[in-house]
Write a protein that binds this ligand. Sequence first.
Ligand SMILES: [Zn+2]
Length: 233
Amino acid sequence: MSSIKNLIELQNIDKQLMELEDILGDLPKKVDELILEKKQTIKSIEDGKQRIKEIQLDLNKIELRVKEDNQKIDHLKDQLFKVTTNKQYDATMLEIDYLKEQLDKDETVDIELMEEKDALVEQITKQENNVESVSKDLSERRESLEKMLQESAERKEQLESDRVEIVKSIEPQVLKRYNVVRKARHGTAVVPVLGASCSGCGAVVPPQKMAEIRSDKISYTCDECSRFLFIEK
Ligand SMILES: [Zn+2]
């Protein structure tokens, strides 16, 4: 009969192999996320800078228009002294009012654009800092990913060769059962008895079976969850 110790050791190896896969699965994902974040931030910075250019063009246009309108108003005010009829006076005043109204509108738009521009400049500064830190994080993670890949490849190889060795000492039908239970029980097929219960599912172990379990031979599996049981020493 196989020794329960061998089965425990096999499970230990399998758990380490599983952990290795988890670590390797998570890190490349994190690297991919950072690459995406960096890409999106760079795109957003470019869009922001493009918008600032557009705003600046609009601001220049407004500035020019304001200057022209002010000149027109000055000119019209000069004309007021020269008008000879009420009708001419009213028409000139109307034109001045219209231009002043336009100036007010332009001033409002000018303020809005300036505010938008300031907000964008602030946002871009933050994003540029973010890109910098993401880049740093990314290169660090890439470095550790490569290192980890190399280390874990070596470790995985060692564990797999250990597994081949330990499997030799376990009877085929026990191994088969171990693999089935392990798959069904999230990687844990061998558990200690705690008190008088299976620590995997809590089912009570019949007292007459305790002696068998204590014997170190693989003989008893939990009636409820089918896990192999042993007594921790
Ligand atoms: Zn159980």
